[in-house]
Design a protein around this ligand. Structure first.
Ligand SMILES: NC(=O)C1=CN([C@@H]2O[C@H](COP(=O)(O)OP(=O)(O)OC[C@H]3O[C@@H](n4cnc5c(N)ncnc54)[C@H](O)[C@@H]3O)[C@@H](O)[C@H]2O)[C@@H](O)CC1
Ligand SMILES: Nc1ncnc2c1ncn2[C@@H]1O[C@H](COP(=O)(O)OP(=O)(O)O)[C@@H](O)[C@H]1O
Ligand SMILES: [K+]
Length: 484
């Protein structure tokens, strides 16, 4: 029952489709398991896994500070303390002074620790080499205050390794929100299953290297979401021609904003689309203010045959994109809607109706949080407060596949469990990378003919390019697409 390394700060360490459980589903799994095992069994396994991981991370550490809260997360810490104590390590276990009795499992761990000769203090040590953060787990209900907040501040004030039990204390397991002080871990050992909050919003910044220990529990229960897996490599048959991989047209680039459309078109080309057309909007007068590679075929927007191709619409489209959108929404075989196309749809009930009328698995929308907020008529704060829910809401409302972009992009579609994308990093937070994603999604859609599969694959590949970025120079959107 070893812990599995899921994510490093450089990208995914596992390529599988792993289940992700929100707190309600996690508690159901835990409660079912507790009934089938002797008291304290799971917590003892969790404690052993924590102790082993902390030794593996810091084999030469002398003093282990084990900061335990007064819930079952603290119980995991106490069980880890018993092992480290028995292995001859110098440990300092802290627990805030009693305000109410410990829950059953943590109470059992407390008694076991006492019996094993572990001293439990109500203050932090002066010095430590590594900290096990077992203050708060999935039971967090509000921003930490008092001793909890003080200790979180203290943990974050030193540069030692911090192993968070289950989830960094202060992070909301369902959403990745951190309503107040939050531990900044170097490693997080998620117990039983991954949680959404570890993978989106603040999760990736505070959990450091992410590990998983299932504590040996199999489950057939339906997860809340899946970790977006690395897609199978696509094979270009020997017997193929330029028509085998689908045609993509990128429409956008109003006057002065043609760079975005060219980036998306180049990304589609680099991603293996058989033919890529660039359709600049009429105000551009067919003239691109940026260099257009000879591989791109330029077309007038009216000359496009949307029934026969995958149309990527929006990139640098300005307000002008609203005019051709009705026809494209009605006629396009496959459609990727980004940026200004989404803003136009947000502003028009008629365009929304046309979008909702399309076959479900033919359309991908790729909003960033502000575009998502406009589409839903809410604030960016509300979008980010629950990214999983927002993406599912968009998918349901607009009847299409959604990539809600940002740290921990969410891919959602009607009647499917969403995926949370593990690849990608903050280097992508730069203008133009969203256009590259739109082009990559267009190429994948032209090839796969399934909006869902295309979105999952493109999102993963796009993030992986940033994870593989080793150049000393900053990532740029054109550099990103050239690395495809
Ligand atoms: N019961 C078991 O056998 C197992 C429990 N596990 C551990 O148990 C954890 C869940 O335990 P709990 O449900 O007890 O939850 P927590 O240990 O996260 O703590 C919940 C307690 O803290 C209080 N609390 C919530 N927010 C607070 C805040 N901001 N400041 C101070 N106190 C706050 C709650 O009122 C509650 O009393 C998991 O995260 C996991 O670490 C796992 O080891 C799996 C096995
Ligand atoms: N911290 C991050 N981690 C992973 N991906 C990110 C992060 N920040 C930004 N991205 C990705 O970068 C892209 C930015 O897209 P967008 O905001 O639309 O930019 P633009 O419109 O300028 O091209 C999206 O794919 C988004 O998911
Ligand atoms: K914790």
């Amino acid at each position: 029952m070893n812990s599995e390394w899921i994510l490093s700060t450089q990208g995914p360490k596992t390529f599988a489709r792993l289940p992700i459980l929100g707190t309600t589903a996690s508690r159901t799994l835990e409660e079912n398991a507790i009934q089938n095992h002797p008291p304290g069994y799971l917590m003892q396994r969790a404690g052993l896994a924590l102790a082993k991981l902390s030794l593996a991370v810091a084999p030469h550490a002398h003093v282990f500070w084990i900061a335990c809260g007064r819930g079952n997360n603290g119980g995991d810490g106490l069980e880890a303390a018993i092992h480290l104590h028995q292995w001859g390590k110098e440990i300092h276990v802290s627990m805030p002074a009693a305000d109410k009795p410990l829950p059953t499992d943590a109470g059992l761990a407390f008694a076991r620790a006492r019996q094993a000769g572990v001293a439990i203090h109500d203050h932090a040590p002066d010095h430590w080499d590594i900290c096990i953060d077992a203050l708060l787990g999935i039971g967090l209900t509000h921003a930490p205050t008092g001793t909890y907040a003080d200790w979180i501040g203290l943990i974050n004030s030193r540069s030692c390794d911090v192993i968070s039990a289950d989830i960094p204390s202060g992070l909301m397991a369902d959403t990745g929100d951190a309503p107040g002080a939050c531990v900044n871990a170097t490693h997080t050992l998620s117990m039983l299953r991954l949680k959404p909050g570890l993978l989106t919003l603040h999760g990736r910044d505070v959990c450091g290297n992410l590990w998983l220990n299932t504590l040996g529990l199999e489950s057939t229960a339906e997860p809340t979401a899946w970790l977006n897996p690395m897609p199978a490599a696509y094979h270009r048959p020997h017997l193929s021609h330029k028509g085998s991989f689908g045609d993509v047209a990128v429409a956008g680039g109003t006057r002065g904003m043609q760079g975005a459309a060219v980036l998306a078109a180049r990304a589609a080309l680099q991603s293996g689309a058989g033919r890529v057309y660039l359709a600049l909007l009429p105000s551009a007068n067919g003239e691109a203010s940026v260099k257009v590679p000879a591989d791109l075929m330029q077309r007038h927007t009216d000359a496009l045959q949307p029934q026969q191709l995958t149309l990527v619409a929006g990139c640098g489209g300005g307000e002008e994109i609203a005019h051709p959108l009705p026809r494209w929404l009605l006629e396009s075989k496959h459609l990727v809607l980004d940026a200004d196309a989404l803003n136009a749809i947000a502003a028009s009930a008629d365009l929304q109706t046309l979008l909702q009328g399309r076959d479900v698995d033919t359309t991908v929308i790729t909003p960033h949080p502000l575009e998502a907020a406009r589409l839903l008529g809410c604030s960016v704060g509300e979008v980010q407060a629950d990214r999983l829910r927002t993406a599912q809401l968009l998918a349901k409302q607009f009847k299409c596949t959604v990539i809600l972009k940002g740290s921990g992009s969410i891919i959602a579609a009607p009647d499917r469990l969403p995926h949370i994308n593990p690849s990608g990093n903050g280097k992508l937070a730069i203008a133009g990378t969203g256009d590259v994603l739109a082009g990559m999604t267009g190429a994948a859609l032209a090839r796969h003919a399934s909006a869902w599969k295309a979105a999952c694959a493109a999102c993963y590949h796009h993030g992986a390019l940033a994870d593989q970025w080793v150049k000393r120079t900053s990532l740029t959107a054109s550099g990103l697409l050239e690395s495809i």
